[in-house]
Design a binder for this molecule. Structure first.
Ligand code: FAD
Length: 372
C-alpha cells in the first residue's frame, strides 16, 4: 500500500503530527526504538511555561494552550495540565536579571514580586543569604507528558494509523512521485515524508538528499534526589535560579534538579556526564539546604535547535514532498498541539491555521527558507 504520509519518529512531534494528519489521510509512523518517546520526549521537565523561549515560541505556546485546557472529546480522561507555579530567584547583586521577566507580566498571566521571607516560606530549603530578589508566576503548570503522548498515539491509531517500532529508517528514495522508505526490516511507500526524527532530523534529511537545517543537539542533565525531611513537595513550585539557569522541580515526592546545561553533542542515546553531576551536587550544597545523601536517578536528554532557536515546520526546498517537523528545542512538549495543527494545515492547505495568522505568524517564520 502507498501511505499518504510516513512520519519518521514517535516522539511528541511525530505523534501529534500523525494525529492531525490522520484525520484526513492514511498515515504510518516509523520509530527506531522499541518504544515511543524514548528520547527527548521521555526525558523532559514537563513544564508549560508561557514566558519561555523566543518571541515566536511564546506565541506558539499560547496557541497550544486551548488544546491543553480543553482537548478534543475522547482524547484523554485526565487533565493534561496541573498547577505548579514558578518561583524565580536571583543571587544578591544580580537583582536586575529579573527585570525582563517581570515586564512579561500580564493581567491573564501575572508575575509578581515576592519578598525574600515569603519566598523562603514557600520553599524552605532555599538559603536566605543566596536570594537577592524573587518573583512568582502562578500560571506555570506541569504537563502530563506520558498522558499527552499516549493520547496522541491512541487517537491516531483510532483514526487508522499504523505504528511500527524497532525499525530505524536507513534509506529514502524518491521516484515517480513516491518515496520508498527502507528500514532495517521492511520497505514502505508514501507520497509524503514527515521528518519528526528529533535530534536526528538532519540525518534523515541527508538520507533524502534534502536541505540541511543545521540542527544542533544540546545535552541537558537532570538528577533526582530526596527532598529534605519535613519538606512537603506537593505544594512546592518549580524554582528557577536566574543567576545560572539551574532549576528544581518536585517530582513524585522527590526533587528533580537540572543545572540547565546545553552542551552541543552529536545525536545519540545521551547519558549524563559524571563531572556535570558532581558539579551540580556541589552547587546544590552551596545554594540550598537540600542534603545530597544519594542521587536516586540521573539522566540526560537532547534539546535540538537551529540557529534562531525557532521550530522548523514546512516543505523542504530541495526535494519534493518532504516536510520538516524539527528543531523544537526546549519547548517541544508545550508547542506540540499548535505545531501539529500548523503542520497539517501546511500539508493540506499550504497555509497556516487562522489562529497562527491572527497571531502574526507567517509560513516563512516556520519554514526552512529563513535558514538558507
Ligand atoms: C532535560 C530536558 C527538559 C525539557 N523540558 C521541557 C519542558 O519542560 N517543556 C517542554 O515543552 N519541552 C521540554 N524539553 C524539550 C522537549 O523534550 C523536546 O522539545 C521534545 O521532546 C522534542 O520532541 P521530538 O518528537 O522532536 O523528539 P524525540 O522525542 O527525540 O523524538 C524523535 C524520535 O525520532 C526517532 N528517530 C530518530 N532517528 C530515526 C530513524 N532513523 N528512524 C526512525 N525513527 C528515528 C527517535 O528514536 C525518537 O523517538 C526538555 C528537554 C530536555 C532534554
Amino acid at each position: 500500500m502507498i501511505y499518504d504520509f510516513i512520519v519518521i519518529g514517535a516522539g511528541i512531534a511525530g505523534a501529534s503530527a500523525a494525529y492531525e494528519l490522520s484525520e484526513h489521510s492514511k498515515v504510518l509512523i516509523i520509530e527506531a526504538e522499541s518504544q515511543s518517546g524514548y528520547h527527548s520526549t521521555g526525558r523532559s521537565a514537563a513544564l508549560f511555561t508561557r514566558n519561555y523561549g523566543t518571541p515566536l515560541v511564546r506565541k506558539i505556546n499560547a496557541l497550544s494552550e486551548p488544546f491543553f485546557n480543553a482537548p478534543p472529546e475522547y482524547f484523554t480522561d485526565n487533565p493534561l495540565l496541573s498547577p505548579r507555579g514558578a518561583l524565580t530567584i536571583s543571587n544578591p547583586g544580580e537583582e536586575a536579571k529579573l527585570d525582563a521577566t517581570l515586564r512579561l507580566s500580564t493581567k491573564q498571566n501575572p508575575i509578581i514580586e515576592m519578598n525574600v521571607q515569603t519566598a523562603i516560606a514557600m520553599v524552605p530549603f532555599l538559603r536566605v543569604d543566596r536570594i537577592g530578589r524573587a518573583i512568582f508566576e502562578a500560571g506555570v503548570t506541569d504537563i502530563q507528558v506520558a498522558a499527552l503522548l499516549q493520547s496522541y498515539l491512541k487517537g491516531t491509531k483510532n483514526r487508522g494509523t499504523n505504528i511500527v517500532t524497532n525499525e530505524p529508517v536507513i534509506a529514502l528514495n524518491h521516484m515517480n512521485d513516491i518515496w520508498t522508505v527502507t528500514t532495517g526490516k521492511n520497505t514502505y511507500q508514501t507520497k509524503t515524508i514527515i521528518n519528526a526524527a528529533g535530534a536526528w532530523a538532519d540525518e534523515i534529511g541527508a538520507l533524502a538528499g534534502a536541505f540541511q537545517i543545521g540542527l544542533v543537539a544540546k545535552r541537558r542533565t537532570a538528577i533526582i534526589v530526596d527532598a529534605p525531611p519535613d519538606c512537603d513537595t506537593d505544594g512546592l513550585p518549580c524554582i528557577d535560579f536566574v543567576s545560572n539557569e539551574a532549576y528544581i522541580k518536585p517530582e513524585a515526592g522527590k526533587l528533580m534538579i537540572s543545572p540547565g546545561d546545553a552542551t552541543p553533542i552529536p545525536p545519540q542515546d545521551v547519558q549524563p556526564d559524571e563531572m556535570d553531576v558532581a558539579i551540580l551536587a556541589d552547587w546544590i550544597q552551596h545554594e540550598t539546604h537540600i542534603p545530597i545523601r544519594r542521587i536516586s536517578h540521573s539522566w540526560a536528554g537532547l534539546r535540538s535547535f537551529v540557529a534562531d532557536e525557532n521550530p522548523v515546520v514546512g516543505y523542504d526546498t530541495v526535494v519534493p514532498d518532504f516536510v520538516w517537523h524539527a528543531g523544537q528545542g526546549g519547548f517541544g512538549i508545550m508547542m506540540a498541539p499548535a505545531l501539529a495543527r500548523a503542520l497539517a494545515a501546511i500539508c493540506f492547505e499550504h497555509k497556516l491555521p487562522a489562529d497562527f495568522e491572527a497571531s502574526g505568524i507567517i509560513v516563512t517564520d516556520l519554514g526552512i527558507s529563513r535558514l538558507t
